[in-house]
Design a binder for this molecule. Structure first.
Ligand SMILES: *Cc1c(COP(=O)(O)O)cnc(C)c1O
Length: 428
């Protein structure tokens, strides 16, 4: 007797919610107490001098992160969204310049481009890795392209060798958003560190977190200086700074990380390797448990990177299965599987891009290029990302739960139950 699906009134495989992701321990608690007792929760001053680069906790976290990731500069910011904005500003784009990015990422990646009145152009992704397809990037290059902003999505490096070759050929800057892949390794070092600017998020649900925060990484001294300026009210400081002669985009913000966050982030950094290993355990158990399920492709990890699994991203062959992705997703959710997602992102199809309404209502910044280039967004511009979004992508946000082996086994059992009952999903 096959157990009836929970979707059809049967008992769910997972009746109780699984334990949520928790990673704060005694070390973070002690760090917070230390900082609170010091009385200094932030030591920044938005003017030239001692306090311009922040307090002791921020500086010590930055030094630790630079050492850990093997980069010359690690720069703490108050969120990775801030980090992305600072990164695009630091490369000195002109309003109306084009930056090629991916539609399969969090919106903040693309928004960072718009913040400087530059224009995001979306290249398509690779169906197996969900990351930018270098050939599609190449097809989107024009004389106004200034940079490529990649993302190392779900936990593994984008094809940085392919992207670097194109960037070098066309004299473009190469930036990457490694929010979801801290601790992922390539043969040439940590993912995110080989771009001109990379960086990580420290938001909740990311591998390591401190409330809100981010960390920029670069090996370029000049870029590092510009990042630090944008972080802390650049405009008011540049005249007094001896080396910062380039005034382009020296419109600053308050992107400063506080001492509490830095102290927590520093403790979290020590736990990154352990966290990564545990995620890889979860993924290995899922791989082993889901292998052989018809029409389901588990994550593909290309040879140039490992995977740290922020999301466990799968692809369904719904034609073979004869059941829609969304119906399978509903069935899995009904069985109590946490973190099931039946869509990710198609940034190029957001109303903001489709209608070209960002700053005001007159099509700025696209209007800067009126009569010269008509930027096309929407359906048809990134067919691979669209097909995944509309039909075949199925994800498990494994970042949301602790997932000891017993819990992973239940998730695997829920998948098998749904697959055993696939016929009933077809007929109803
Ligand atoms: C989380 C995330 C961000 C934003 O980071 P915050 O620290 O939350 O601002 C940007 N890009 C990607 C791909 C992310 O996953």
């Amino acid at each position: 007797m096959i157990q009836k699906l929970a979707l059809h009134g049967g008992h769910p495989v997972i009746a109780q919610p699984l334990e949520g992701f928790k990673s704060m321990g005694a070390e973070e608690e002690a760090a917070v107490v230390r900082v609170v007792r010091s009385g200094i929760l932030s030591a920044y001053i938005g003017a030239p001098g001692e306090g311009f680069m922040g307090g002791v906790e921020v500086k010590s976290f930055e030094a630790k992160a630079a050492h850990k990731f093997g980069v010359k500069h690690a720069i703490a910011v108050n969120s990775w969204t801030s980090g992305l904005i600072a990164a695009v500003g630091a490369i000195g784009v002109e309003p109306g310049d084009e930056i090629i990015t991916t539609p399969w990422t969090m919106s903040a990646t693309a928004m960072a481009i718009l913040h400087w009145n530059a224009i995001p152009v979306f290249a398509d992704i690779d169906r197996a890795t969900f990351n930018l397809n270098p050939e599609s990037v190449r097809r989107n290059i024009t004389p106004r392209t200034r940079a490529i902003l990649a993302a190392d999505i779900f936990g593994q490096s984008a094809d940085m060798d392919g992207l670097r070759a194109i960037a070098d050929e066309y004299n473009l800057k190469l930036l990457t958003d490694t929010a979801q892949a801290p601790g992922s390794m390539r043969s040439d070092g940590y993912t995110g560190t080989k771009a001109d600017i990379g960086g990580f998020s420290l938001n909740y649900h990311k591998h390591i977190h401190c409330g809100e925060g981010g960390i920029l990484v670069t090996n370029d001294d000049q870029i590092a200086e510009r990042l630090c300026l944008i972080r802390n009210h650049a405009e008011s400081v540049v005249p007094a700074s001896s080396s910062a002669k380039d005034l382009a985009n020296m419109i600053g913000y308050n992107f400063r990380m506080g001492e509490l966050e830095a102290a927590i982030a520093s403790e979290q950094l020590d736990k990154l390797e352990e966290r990564v290993r545990d995620r890889q355990r979860v993924a290995a158990e899922l791989d082993a448990g889901l292998i052989g399920l018809e029409g389901l492709a588990t994550p593909y990890v290309p040879p140039y990177t490992d995977h740290v699994y922020y999301v466990y991203g799968m692809v369904l062959d719904t034609e073979k299965l004869g059941v829609s992705r969304d119906r399978i997703g509903d069935a899995l959710r009904s069985e109590g599987v946490p973190g099931v997602s039946t869509a990710y992102q198609n940034i190029h199809r957001l109303p903001l891009f489709m209608q070209k309404i960002a700053y005001g209502t007159q099509g700025f910044p696209w209007s800067l290029r009126a009569g010269e280039r008509d930027f096309a967004y929407g359906v048809g511009t990134c067919p691979v990302a669209e097909e995944l979004q509309d039909r075949s992508y199925l994800g498990l946000a494994i970042c949301m739960n602790q997932l000891p082996s017993a819990d992973v086994a239940q998730i695997v059992e829920a998948f098998h139950k749904v697959w055993r009952n696939m016929e009933t999903l077809r007929s109803r």
